[in-house]
Design a protein around this ligand. Structure first.
Ligand SMILES: [Ca+2]
Length: 464
């Protein structure tokens, strides 16, 4: 049983379900019951890979509808250009370095993961009486004690890490010596699942969970394993998109979103459910047509160019968010935990500082609200400080380049020479911000023994 922060316990015990406490002084007191929450978090999807974010040939009618009924953010960031650190930031509201998860991704032989003392979105909502389910790819630790069911989720179906982390699934030279497990909670139900069915199976499980918990409230986290390479779509979607297999995969993810939206409507829950769609980092460009597109942004996964960390974001919550709006303010995945905690009426533990801010004002008032994020720090895939964004300016420590992102979203025109004082100021601010995080950084959790043999090899029966 994991430690529940004092703040959560107090808020949960002392407050009736229909009211809420203030969160960090925000003082939001919704009259309605706390909303259900659904988060889709795809893997390696580019900023430009949805119709509603400008893709000319990928067809995403359900996500387009979600955007038409909600808010779209055009300057939304993940906290790392790779999987595990980005997921740690989403789950905890913290920079990956603050929770020790900044050093690249978790590989199958690793013995550590996100510490269970950390308070995840699932912990916050479970503490407030939500049913919590995770359906997709975890990638925050895969030993006993590090899995989703150790981090606030009641149930989990999916893969513990990336779908290419298997000797059978890598299009170029393979460094892996094991097979890919597929888990229900902590039990391996299959080795080498047919990857053509991953999106469908996790969608079906998410819909079943909604059906079973329609009395609510519930939190459904759907971190689809796709469109991380190797790409797979089911037979219903393969060969459908003019964009090729990558387009097929995105269109199946769009179908998945449609299934969940349909389930919410079927239960009369659409109005009071916050549905979020975003992705863990930008497109994996070296895989060419099997990687996505960052649209007008330079770079992709693994880089600190905008294409690596700026991702598509849509939120629909008809009870609170006006339809068809667009916010051009800066926000990040770290903002989701405090925003959701606020909606659920849960106070956060002040002994465990986080980096995100409640962005509900920004989601509700896209025309008027100003981003609470004054400064955003960029870190490399290895967790080294790489740059800073403040207002319209982005300064990179590695290249010494300065870009006005409002004018130059493609980072083509380095104007550092014209603004030497600003450069010095931003450099100092980036370094001091990083030092503050490092000084208060918390540890990961190491687990000595694996729950399955990391060298296990089971040949796939059905997958190509
Ligand atoms: Ca990823």
């Amino acid at each position: 049983m994991k430690r529940i922060p004092i703040g959560v316990i107090l808020a949960t015990l002392s407050v009736p379900a229909s009211a809420t406490t203030s969160l960090g002084g925000a003082g939001i007191v919704p009259e309605e019951s706390p909303p259900n929450v659904v988060i889709f978090f795809t893997d390696d999807q580019g900023y430009g890979d949805l119709s509603c974010f400008g893709h000319p040939t990928i067809h995403t009618p359900h996500l387009d509808r979600m955007a038409a009924e909600g808010v779209k953010l055009t300057q939304f960031y993940v906290a790392s250009p790779v999987c595990s650190p980005s997921r740690a930031a989403l789950m905890t509201g913290c920079y990956p370095k603050r929770v020790g998860m900044h050093r690249h991704v978790i590989f199958p032989t690793y013995d550590y993961g996100l510490h269970t003392d950390e308070v995840t979105i699932a912990d916050v909502l479970a503490g407030a009486g939500y049913a919590t389910g995770c359906f997709g790819k975890w990638h925050l630790g895969h030993r006993d004690g590090l899995l989703p069911t150790d981090q606030g989720f009641e149930t989990f179906l999916g893969t513990p890490y990336s779908n290419d982390m298997s000797q059978f699934h890598r299009p170029e030279g393979n460094k892996y010596t094991h097979s890919l497990p597929f888990l229900r909670d902590k039990t391996i139900v299959e080795w080498e699942p047919d990857q053509r069915l991953l999106t469908r199976r996790c969608t079906d499980a998410a819909v079943e969970f909604i059906d079973a918990n329609a009395d609510g409230p519930f939190f459904v986290y759907v971190p689809h394993a796709m469109p991380h390479i190797p790409l797979y779509a089911s037979s219903e979607f393969e060969g459908r998109s003019p964009r090729g297999l990558y387009g097929d995969v995105i269109e199946e993810i769009d179908w998945s979103v449609g299934q969940v939206l349909d389930a919410l409507e079927r239960h009369g829950l659409a109005e009071n459910t916050l549905v979020i769609f975003t992705t863990d980092n930008g497109p994996w460009l070296p895989f060419k047509s099997h990687g996505g597109s960052a649209g007008p942004l330079a770079g992709g996964k693994g880089t600190n160019l905008e294409g690596g960390q700026r991702v598509p974001f849509i939120a629909r919550y008809p009870a609170r968010i006006p339809a068809g709006t667009v916010s051009r303010q800066v926000a990040t995945t770290m903002d989701l935990l405090p925003t959701i905690a606020g909606l659920a009426g849960v106070g956060l533990d002040s002994d465990r500082p986080i980096d995100g801010h409640d962005i509900m004002p920004l989601l509700e008032d896209s025309a008027g609200a100003v981003s609470p994020t004054e400064v955003f720090l960029y870190y490399t895939s290895q967790g080294e400080l790489a740059g800073i964004r403040r207002g319209r300016w982005k300064f990179r420590l590695d290249t010494g380049s300065l870009h006005d992102l409002e004018v130059d979203v493609s980072e083509k025109w380095n104007v550092a020479d014209k603004h030497p004082e600003l450069v010095a100021e931003l450099r100092a601010e980036a370094i001091s911000g990083d030092e503050r995080i490092a000084a208060a950084a918390r540890p990961v959790l190491k687990v000595p023994s694996p729950i399955w043999d990391p060298a296990k090899i089971v040949r796939p029966e059905s997958a190509p």
